[in-house]
Design a protein around this ligand. Structure first.
Ligand code: SAH
Ligand code: SF4
Length: 356
C-alpha cells in the first residue's frame, strides 16, 4: 500500500481525496496529523469523519517505516534501525543537547562512494531512499523525543547528492510541511561536483558541508575514490560558488586520521586553500571502524596543533562533539552489525516488523 508521508498537502488531496468537495480542507487536516503531530495511524485523526478514516486505512499506510532496532546511548543519543518491508535496513540518529535537538538522516541504503574509512562505504550500496522514507526517518525520530527536532543533517548512510531528486524533495517537505527552516538543514557531500552546482542553482539557503579530509590530491585520492573524478581544487571552487550563490557560510569537514591527514603541512595547506572563503573547518577525529588499513584516532596533541595552525592563519575552526559512541551512532559508524550487503541480506530474515 502506498504511504502518505512523502506527499505534499496538495498531493494528498489529489491522491487520497479526489472528487470530494472538502478535499483541500481534509488534506490540510491529514497533513497536519502526519507532519506536525506524528500520527502513524488514521485512527488517531479524530477530527476526520470515521467513514473517511476507515476508507483511507483500506487504501493507504500513513508512513512506510518499520523499526528493526532502537538503541539509547548513555549521553541521550538515540539510534533507529528501520526498513520499509523490503529488508533494506538503514539508520537515523537523534541528538538532544541543551540548546537544541538535531538529527542525522540517511539518504541511501549503503553508499557507492567507497571511502576507505567509512563503515557505510565499506559495506557497499543497495538503493536510494525515497523522499517519503527520508521524511519518515525524521518523523520516527521526532516521536522518540519531547522537544522539537529543529536541525537536520544529511550525514547518515549514503551520499545525498547522488540521490539528488529524492533528497531535495525531502528537504522541501521538511520545510513546507514539517515547518523546518532551510537554514537548519545541512547537506554533507563527499564532493559530487554536478550536484553541488545544481544545489547552488536551487536558490535555497540550505547549509552545505564538503567532506575534504586532505588538501592534497595524492592523500585524498587514496582515502576517497571520488577524488579521481573531481580534484580538491575543483570541489573547493564549487563550494566557493555555492557560498557566493546562497550567501551562506559553508562547512569544510576534515577527518583527522593519525599520521595520515593530521600533519602540520596539511594544516598549513588547508589554511591557504580556504583563506578568504566564508567557511568553518569542522575537525572530526576518526571514529573507529575496522578497515584493512588499520586507521587510528589522531593523538590529542596532533589535533591541538592542527587546530592551532588553522586558527593562527585566521580560519574559523570547530571540533565535532562526539556522541553516541556506545551505540555506534557516530559519523562513519552507521550500519553497525548490518554493515555490508551480505550482512544486511542475512539480517532480513530475522526482521521484526513493528510500526515506528
Ligand atoms: N556521504 C556524505 C555524508 C555522509 S558521511 C559525506 O561523505 O559527506 C558524513 C561524514 O562522516 C563525512 O564527513 C564522512 O567523511 C564522515 N565519516 C565517515 N567515516 C568516518 C569515520 N570513521 N570517522 C569519522 N567520520 C567519518
Ligand atoms: Fe559514502 Fe560519505 Fe561514507 Fe564516503 S563518507 S562512503 S560518501 S557515506
Amino acid at each position: 500500500m502506498p504511504s502518505l508521508v512523502g506527499l505534499t498537502t496538495a498531493e494528498i488531496a489529489q491522491a487520497a481525496l479526489a472528487g470530494r468537495d472538502d478535499a483541500r480542507w481534509r488534506a490540510k487536516q491529514i497533513a497536519h496529523w502526519i507532519y506536525r503531530k506524528g500520527a502513524t495511524d488514521f485512527s488517531a485523526m479524530l477530527d476526520l469523519p470515521a467513514a473517511l478514516r476507515h476508507e483511507l486505512a483500506g487504501r493507504f499506510r500513513v508512513q512506510p517505516l518499520a523499526v528493526a532496532d532502537h538503541r539509547v546511548s548513555r549521553d541521550g543519543t538515540q539510534k533507529l534501525l528501520v526498513h520499509s518491508g523490503d529488508g533494506e535496513v538503514f539508520e537515523a540518529v537523534v541528538f538532544p543537547t541543551r540548546e537544541r535537538v538535531s538529527c542525522c538522516l540517511s539518504s541511501q541504503v549503503g553508499c557507492p562512494m567507497g571511502c576507505r574509512f567509512c563503515a557505510t562505504g565499506l559495506g557497499g550500496y543497495d538503493r536510494d531512499l525515497t523522499a517519503g522514507e527520508i521524511v519518515a526517518e525524521y518523523l520516527a525520530l521526532q516521536r522518540l523525543v519531547d522537544r522539537r527536532i529543529s536541525h537536520v543533517v544529511f550525514m547518515g548512510m549514503g551520499e545525498p547528492l547522488l540521490n539528488y531528486g529524492n533528497v531535495l524533495r525531502a528537504i522541501r517537505l521538511l520545510h513546507d510541511e514539517v515547518g523546518l527552516s532551510y537554514r537548519h538543514i545541512t547537506v554533507s557531500t563527499v564532493g559530487i561536483l554536478p550536484g553541488m552546482v545544481r544545489l547552488a542553482e536551487e536558490g535555497l539557503p540550505i547549509h552545505l558541508a564538503l567532506s575534504l579530509h586532505s588538501p592534497f590530491d595524492e592523500i585524498r585520492g587514496k582515502l576517497m575514490p571520488v577524488n579521481q573524478k573531481w580534484k580538491v581544487s575543483e570541489v573547493l571552487s564549487a563550494l566557493r560558488r555555492y557560498v557566493a550563490a546562497t550567501g551562506r557560510k559553508a562547512t569544510v569537514e576534515y577527518l583527522l586520521l593519525d599520521g595520515i591527514t593530521d600533519t602540520p603541512e596539511q594544516a598549513e595547506e588547508l589554511a591557504r586553500l580556504v583563506r578568504g572563503m566564508p567557511c568553518v573547518v569542522n575537525l572530526i577525529p576518526f571514529n573507529h571502524v575496522d578497515t584493512e588499513q588499520g586507521f587510528a584516532r589522531p593523538k590529542r596533541e596532533a589535533v591541538r596543533e592542527f587546530r592551532r595552525r588553522l586558527e593562527a592563519a585566521g580560519v574559523n575552526v570547530t571540533q565535532r562533539v562526539e556522541r553516541g559512541h556506545d551505540i555506534a551512532a557516530a559519523c562513519g559508524q552507521l550500519a553497525g552489525r548490518h554493515t555490508g550487503r551480505l550482512a544486511r541480506r542475512r539480517f532480513r530474515s530475522e526482521l521484526p516488523v513493528s510500526p515506528s
